[in-house]
Design a protein around this ligand. Structure first.
Ligand code: UDX
Length: 433
């Protein structure tokens, strides 16, 4: 089956490439000429484990191609996926649908035979209906259907998540569109992945509800971490103690500096806004957003506390800048709140991140960037772990201590244990312990 995918950002590129891996013929479209030229040469613009080799393999097999010409991509395509960005609109937190609607207008002019128009981008409930109305103004309704097929990909594990998902959700209005999506996802039926067909509105809500629920788990355990710190309990053991209850589940209960990334912050805000518009006050989700915003700010205070109440004139080593490991993505990373707050309090910051520094250089003025973890620590008054990259889990603590001016560690991801660090002579501050 031939499909077109509009937008070669994170979602579009991973989805398009994985559909070609399923054996479909995929053409990915983007307006960015340079990006398309690079992709044609096998140069992938983002860091995602396994993606570059999969792009090259499928391109060489003739199943995956890239173009700036939507007409070429849509020629003979059974479905066109919209995977353009839906950033937070400045000021009001609503999802900005201008890229989506611009794509819809271009699609409208190019549909020559029956095509399923599928939203892959995260769009507020009701967007599918709006797209249908927009297309109907220009096309006869038997020429197209509009479906919602949200993605649930984690950065750093996106290929695995696409090829072996917990579930696939398809929001469709009729059997005809359902047939096209069934054919596209047929390889997953073989390994018995649940593929849920439901209404378009339901699919749109599933996506936001899933992200809001996961964000809720994180804000919840972060609040428990604050409580644990006050009463002398250990949040990691609390997480284990509750997580073994199958109704709760053990995943997504790591206390930390607050969630970041391209999805949770934006989607929770957009959900609150679109529910507001529908006359529903989502009090829980609103609280989740507030707790997370406050948390990112509170982390700077925690570092200052761990440094004995002041960081003025101190040199702070920071390990990890991205919002989580195995990505180069800096979007809404807690580091973007924590580091400037420390600088404002008078600290000099030396940081290292395995993949995020290129991007971080534009976002964190005044921060010194090191070539490896140990370089940040030379003469440092404190070491702060912001992101739990694997390479930070097994630091040579003797060497760290020798390099630092004073052996102080503030571990915002709990990758070390207090007893272990104390035995190496460190003053250790973790989260919720
Ligand atoms: C998320 C969803 O997992 C995915 O299904 C959706 O489609 C897009 O958003 P992603 O943003 O790649 O994926 O990251 P994820 O691994 O979910 O982590 C998000 C943030 O939550 C990170 O900042 C992470 O550090 C934080 N987090 C996660 C915690 O603080 N504690 C946890 O227990 C889990």
């Amino acid at each position: 089956m031939k499909i077109a995918v509009i937008g070669t950002g994170y979602v579009g590129l991973v989805s398009g490439t994985c559909f070609s891996e399923f054996g479909h013929e995929v053409i990915c479209v983007d307006k960015d000429v340079k990006k398309i030229e690079n992709l044609k040469k096998g140069i992938v613009p983002i860091f995602e484990p396994g993606l570059d080799t999969m792009v090259v393999r499928n391109a060489e097999a003739g199943r995956l191609d890239f173009t700036t010409d939507l007409a070429e991509a849509m020629d003979g395509a059974a479905a066109v996926f919209i995977a353009v960005g839906t950033p937070s609109r400045r000021g009001d937190g609503h999802a900005d649908l201008s890229y989506v609607m611009a794509a819809v207008d271009e699609i409208a002019a190019l549909i020559k035979s029956y095509t399923v128009v599928v939203t892959k981008s995260t769009v507020p409930v009701g967007t599918g209906r709006e797209i249908k109305a927009r297309l109907s103004a220009k096309l006869s309704t038997d020429m197209f259907d509009v479906a919602s097929n949200p993605e649930f990909l984690r950065e750093g594990a996106a290929i695995e998540d696409f090829m072996r998902p917990d579930r696939v959700v398809c929001g469709v209005e009729n059997e005809r569109a359902q047939g096209v999506l069934k054919e596209l996802y047929r390889p997953l039926f073989l390994n018995e992945t649940p593929v849920i067909f439901t209404s378009r509105e339901t699919a749109e809500v599933v996506k936001y509800a899933a992200n809001a629920f996961l964000a809720t788990k994180i804000s919840f355990i972060n609040e428990m971490a604050d409580l644990c710190e006050r009463v002398g309990a250990d949040v990691q053991e609390v997480a284990k103690g509750i997580g073994l209850d199958k109704r709760i589940g053990s995943k997504f209960l790591h206390a930390g500096p607050g969630y970041g990334g391209s999805c949770f912050p934006k989607d929770t805000r957009a959900l609150v806004r679109s529910a507001d518009d529908a006359g529903v006050d989502l009090k829980i989700v609103r609280a989740v957003v507030d707790v997370n915003e406050e948390r990112k700010r509170a982390m700077a205070a925690k570092v200052i506390g761990g440094c004995g109440g002041s960081v003025a004139g101190k040199k702070i080593a920071v390990l990890g800048l991205t919002f989580k490991p195995n990505t180069d993505d800096m979007r809404e990373s807690p580091s973007l709140d924590i580091l400037p707050a420390l600088q404002k309090a008078g600290a000099e910051i030396h940081a290292f991140d395995p993949k995020g520094m290129e991007e971080a250089k534009h976002l964190l003025p005044g921060v010194h960037f090191a070539n490896d973890p140990y370089e940040t620590m030379i003469g440092a008054d404190a070491l702060v772990i912001v992101t739990e990259w694997n390479q930070f889990r097994a630091l040579d603590l003797g060497r760290v201590k020798d390099l630092m001016k004073s052996p102080v560690m503030i571990d915002l991801r709990n990758i070390y244990g207090r007893a272990d660090l104390a035995s190496h002579g460190f003053h250790y501050t973790g989260i919720g312990r």
